[in-house]
Ligand binder design. Sequence first.
Ligand code: NAP
Length: 331
Amino acid sequence: MNKYKALVVRETDDGFTREIETVGRDFLPDNDVLIEVKYAGLNYKDALSASGNKGVTRNYPHTPGVDACGLVSESRDERFKPGQEVIVTSYDLGMNTNGGFATYISVPGDWIIPLPQGMSLKDSMIMGTAAYTAALALHKMEQCGQNPEMGEVIVTGASGGVGSMAVSILKKGGYRVIASSGKTEYYDWLKDIGAKRCVNREEVSDDSTRPLLSTAWAGAIDTVGGNTLSTLLKRCGRNGSVATCGLVASPEFETTVFPFILNGVNLLGIDSAETPYSLRKEIWKRLATDLKPDTLEKMVKWVSLEEIPSYMDEILEGETTGRVVCVIQNP
Ligand SMILES: NC(=O)c1ccc[n+]([C@@H]2O[C@H](COP(=O)([O-])OP(=O)(O)OC[C@H]3O[C@@H](n4cnc5c(N)ncnc54)[C@H](OP(=O)(O)O)[C@@H]3O)[C@@H](O)[C@H]2O)c1
């Protein structure tokens, strides 16, 4: 491979440009494994990277894309053979290493998960970092004692990528799910993918100064942050877990110690990017088996590489639903 096609974000005097370009192999880093990308999932972080967010990507030109899957093309790592089906998500892919919105990526072997049995390449990208994050959240909650008998679990930002996967994964895990969403027109869809009932996101944002409120859920997966996270803690039942994944409303939140010392609530931090490899493999295995959503095809929009920039704008506006996956080349 001497040349390949990529979405390239460039920094100019007037801001950041996003164009599909044909670039030379030297645009890629020289890592041990070259992968021919088949599908790449779109995440909120990719849109931040493409708009010049230096907290995500320091240097440009750059190709975003934190989720990719495909076939090993060349390998200096004996664990991987040409033709092997693999998944790469998170670590530094798409942040400061050129990412998945391209026909090739070059990554260290330690970032690669062999495609688990029971999962197709398409499945892996419909799920991507979104499902991985949601499954990691549930895994940690269960390690802290969460179980379906404790009662309903609420998911915030439920129509988004992580949120919709969390709804579907919790349902698969035997939980009754409350979906909190700002998009009432998507309530039927949320029920279709696993929610027992839906609530408006405003109901999960309490403006009182009361440190605790009557119990409304037994646990939560939160993608929103801010006052929503404060409210989730105030209204969580005894010994329940609240997993914090995202910050679409705000990275800041206020709380008191009372949910923790009077109700035994656990606040769990979810960091999908740097999970140890053995745990990462275990979570992907669960996503291929006991936590694999039954509703994947209802949760995806397939798009071309050329369409990705406009979906990046939509995801920043909170307007996308489910997962947007780019077909890089048909297998
Ligand atoms: N911790 C990790 O490892 C990890 C991994 C992946 C993503 N994340 C984070 O998780 C968050 C969600 O990512 P995503 O890819 O799922 O994004 P997404 O697809 O854009 O979903 C976000 C959803 O949040 C809701 N929302 C948007 N703006 C809001 C606001 N101002 N107030 C309340 N709700 C709002 C919307 O859902 P409704 O209309 O249904 O309410 C939206 O669909 C992001 O902050 C992302 O950075 C973290």
